[in-house]
Design a protein around this ligand. Structure first.
Ligand code: FE
Ligand code: FE
Ligand code: ZN
Length: 276
């Protein structure tokens, strides 16, 4: 069964997000664990969590995706910035234990001129410092557009990080269609070829979630500007091929397109109607 949702604001809590998701035809959703620019998180409201669990069970919401603030950088040249990323992610993952069995996605980081190999080592070191054996969340590396000094713009870089994490069973990948397209992987023209490359480098079984976004820019632009589905360089048909591919069709899909709630509702309805 198709699992599709979109990014929602977490400001009114989990139950509110669950209700909002269902009201727009979604069966899952993504949210920021705290202000996307960093900052402190609200205390976990256990009543809200309990009400959410009951609502999710009644409405068939199986898995949800938390997104780390995108300003965290575990491979900064500044040790204080690396330490902040480590502490923030550890805190997020502790809070995720209130919602066991879900996913936590983060942008690997930017090596800011230190070189990709140094970046990979620091990201892996951070993960080795924050993961623990009996945690119940799967931590996802997002495929990146390769803008600036971003690490994770190639599948091999993701593999190199995963190879260095001791508790690798707690790790997966979130495939972002806009990002891989902007990184130069032709998912619109050659999806099978791209997935074969991903399988060789990382393994398709590592994909635990998919961000479905069109792109404002041409293949390989290394920009990372999301577009509404059908208005960008990827196109509706290519997005549907991603969503129906045998290797991906059972994954949860999340829209991060430039939309308000009504726009998301329209995109979800359109994709559900065409998905088969
Ligand atoms: Fe992201
Ligand atoms: Fe994304
Ligand atoms: Zn993006």
């Amino acid at each position: 069964m198709l699992q599709i949702g979109c990014h929602l604001s977490a400001s009114k809590g989990y139950l509110h997000m669950g209700r909002e998701a269902v009201s727009i035809g979604a069966g899952t959703f993504q949210f920021f664990t705290r202000n996307p620019r960093g900052g402190s998180a609200k205390a976990v409201d256990e009543k809200d969590v309990a009400a959410y669990h009951a609502f999710a069970a009644e409405n068939g919401i199986r898995v949800i995706l938390a997104h780390a603030p995108y300003t965290l950088n575990g491979c900064s040249a500044d040790p204080a910035i690396r330490d902040f990323a480590t502490r923030t992610m550890k805190d997020d993952l502790r809070r995720m234990e209130y919602l066991p069995g879900n996913l936590y996605n983060f942008h690997p980081g930017s090596h800011v001129g230190q070189g990709v190999d140094a970046g990979i080592e620091m990201i892996a070191a951070m993960l080795n410092a924050i993961l623990w054996e009996d945690m119940r969340t799967t931590v996802l590396l997002e495929t990146m557009a390769g803008k600036g000094s971003e690490v994770g713009g190639s599948f091999e870089e993701l593999r190199a990080i995963l190879d260095r994490v001791a508790l690798t069973d707690h790790m997966g990948v979130c495939l972002d269609t806009c990002h891989v397209h902007d990184a130069g992987y032709d998912i619109a023209g050659d999806l099978d070829g791209v997935l074969t490359r991903f399988d060789k480098a990382v393994g398709l079984d590592r994909i635990r979630a998919v961000h479905i976004n069109d792109s404002k820019n041409p293949l390989g632009a290394r920009k990372d500007r999301h577009e509404k589905i059908g208005l960008g360089a990827i196109g509706t048909e290519a997005i549907l091929r991603v969503m129906t591919h045998p290797a991906l069709r059972d994954k949860p899909f999340y829209l991060e397109t430039p939309n308000e709630l009504e726009g998301y509702a329209r995109e979800i309805a359109m994709l559900k109607e065409k998905w088969a």
